[in-house]
Design a protein around this ligand. Structure first.
Ligand SMILES: Nc1ncnc2c1ncn2[C@@H]1O[C@H](COP(=O)(O)OP(=O)(O)OP(=O)(O)O)[C@@H](O)[C@H]1O
Length: 266
């Protein structure tokens, strides 16, 4: 397993928000975390990189291969984030500093990870932009001068810059229109194939689960209520809540050549 979350509980002063969650993610897979709003998906993923505010207490263990991430100090976890674990968030504008160019973001990212040689930085930056089909002339622009789709391409480029073990994508297409969102997910899939990285993918969209995930876990009220292979869960959900979620997923109409409509969940 590349990532193992073991008996993780997250509490604030008054409440238990995440209740004894365990899950394991295999190397190279696309693992989806689904569940209602507020069920704790983002909280789990933020606990992985120690991104939660100090008002929240995290118990349990989270292993990235053999490293217990929760035991790392601030300096150590900073080295893990950005190199071995990377994040792509829904709020792409919030992921960038508005008054820095895209080039500055790349260079700063590389500098923090210890890559300071200008020639190597430039080579890596250009290679990385090409890998997400973006032109070099975007480097001189500020984040507000790129479209949402272009910014998420830059986010993918940055997330994969140092060949991380795992990329955590938290509702990364929610703020995009459906065509741009589709292109971004196809790109992430292609880059995953090329780099063999593992993806932890948080989504509300069962169409994306069906299309991209290998395995998934379903969360409700701070707990994982069901997990397993995509086909098992989509075709034979065990928990009544999973059944409800799948039933409520958007139905897309697919026209058959005969002109009849066939309803199916994509
Ligand atoms: N800093 C915090 N302190 C206390 N509670 C918090 C904090 N951040 C989030 N919560 C609460 O923790 C619960 C889980 O939130 P989380 O953002 O993980 O849910 P989610 O499943 O990702 O939801 P969504 O799908 O809407 O993004 C929610 O009830 C939320 O209100």
């Amino acid at each position: 397993m590349i990532l193992s979350i073991k008996d993780v509980t997250i509490k604030n002063k008054d409440n238990t928000i995440i209740d004894n969650v365990s899950l394991s993610i295999r190397e190279g897979e696309w693992f989806a975390l689904v569940g209602q709003s507020g069920s704790g998906k983002s909280m789990i993923t933020q606990a992985i990189g120690q991104l939660l505010p100090s008002s929240l207490k995290v118990e349990g263990n989270i292993y990235l291969r053999d490293t217990d991430l929760l035991s790392l100090d601030k300096k150590e976890i900073r080295q893990v984030r950005g190199k071995r674990i990377t994040y792509i968030f829904q709020n792409y504008l919030g992921s960038f500093t508005p008054f820095h160019t895209i080039e500055h973001h790349f260079k700063e990212y590389m500098r923090v990870q210890g890559l300071n040689d200008t020639k190597l930085q430039n080579e890596r930056m250009i290679e990385s932009l090409e890998s997400v089909a973006l032109s070099q002339h975007l480097l001189k622009r500020f984040p507000s001068q790129l479209s949402g789709g272009q910014l998420q391409r830059v986010s993918i480029a940055l997330a994969l810059l140092f060949s991380p073990d795992i990329v955590i994508a938290d509702e990364m297409t929610t703020a995009l229109d459906s065509v741009s969102g589709y292109k971004i997910l196809e790109l992430l899939k292609q880059r995953q194939k090329e780099t063999n990285c593992t993806i932890l993918f948080i989504t509300h969209d069962w169409r994306h689960v069906r299309k991209y995930a290998d395995r998934l876990a379903v969360m409700k009220d701070g707990q994982i209520i069901e997990s397993g292979g995509k086909h098992r869960i989509l075709d034979h959900p065990q928990h009544s809540y999973t059944k409800q979620l799948i039933k409520a997923a958007p139905l897309l109409r697919k026209q058959l050549p005969s002109g009849l409509d066939q309803e199916e969940i994509l």
